[in-house]
Design a protein around this ligand. Sequence first.
Ligand code: SAM
Ligand code: ZN
Length: 425
Amino acid sequence: MVSLCPTILSPFHTKTLTYNSPAQNPNHRPFSVPPLTAVASRSHYETERGFDFEVGDTFFRHESATGRDLGVLAAALYKKCNDKLRVLDAMCGCGIRSLRYLAESKADFVLANDANEDCNGVIVSNLSTVSSEEEGRWKVSHSIANRVLAERYVERDYFDFIDVDSFGSDSSFFRCAFDAVKLGGLLYVTSTDGFSSGGHRPNHSLAAYGAYIRPLPYSNEIGLRMLIGGAVREASVLGYHVSPLFSYYSYHGPVFRVLLRVNRGKPPHGMHYGFICYCDSCGNSQPISWDKLGQMNCPCGTDAPDSLVVCGPLWTGPLHCADYLGEMLSLAGEWGWLGNGTKNDLEKLLNRMINESDPTLSFGYIQLDEIASRAKVNSPPIVTIMSAIQQEGYAVSRSHISNNAIKTNCPMAECIRIAKELRQL
Ligand SMILES: C[S@@+](CC[C@H](N)C(=O)[O-])C[C@H]1O[C@@H](n2cnc3c(N)ncnc32)[C@H](O)[C@@H]1O
Ligand SMILES: [Zn+2]
């Protein structure tokens, strides 16, 4: 069933839109278009990365700006490498993403779709600030996403970059999106289902993503892995494989967003698709492959009943491609997007994602509170325990998902010992 936002536009009035030229991004050339006279609703305007745009009564969250920044950077990199960029923004709301894909990523063409026809005036007026409709760089449609995707597939009109900014755990568009994306193209998928990732409705996650999810201490990473796993499964039905270029969790919503590269054939580095087993007794996690399902036990030797919590199948491979994130970081630098030191600092986020891409790190993250409670000591400062863990020869990084958590290959028993020793100093 489609759930649409309440978006009844009020009686229109005429308003002059202005374009705000931001100084920091060379792609934000002041367009030599005359001020537009556009039809607008009574509703408010927002500004993002220097673009003024109308929101109307559409669904819009300014907290999703970072997810849009990441998509725009990735699409711009694609355009740089491939010289061509056609974007399908399947659930575009007010069209802010489409606007930014056109203006910042320099998309040659954007198909901006939202099932809700009431969004039309707002989308058209926003996209008109970048180029006129007659120039043919964009088109607006109002169909169910699956229909637009299926129509593009039937027409053999494949897209380089498909952004599906969906609600909840809607995974029904995977198949059609894989059909409509070019081979080597990018698919930017979403889940906002924190109940499923938290293990609170395993039958629902099973239906949506084919993964039986139970509560784990790193449930927000599980949410990303559940989403990627669902995509892996659907892609394989069509003879494709996907690799995540980045995976981003934001607590607003929550929102889980993953950018996948889609290719034909089997994955070159094997299938990272299996089960994750967390031991409640010792606090360690391990991946379990399909052929080891019958032999599950924890190296700690626990025989406590219900101690092992198993989730899956889901993605057990890397959440990001560090090289790709490095390119996104350097492009963000060229555009003057780095180093603002705010809570939503993109530089900090991208660097954390790069650090957590270290393949020697285990999946999941450990909350310092879990170490402290198992060690029965107060939690040491994060930088102190990280440097102590590193000195013992283990890999360790911050997590972009949680400020008070670490990713490491250091076993929990060692983390506990280190935390205790730090408190005795
Ligand atoms: C999360 S909002 C989009 C926000 C927008 N992408 C942004 O960044 O501001 C989801 C949008 O999808 C639309 N929608 C919901 N279900 C849909 C479907 N099955 N097909 C197309 N659009 C849909 C809603 O009307 C809503 O505007
Ligand atoms: Zn154990």
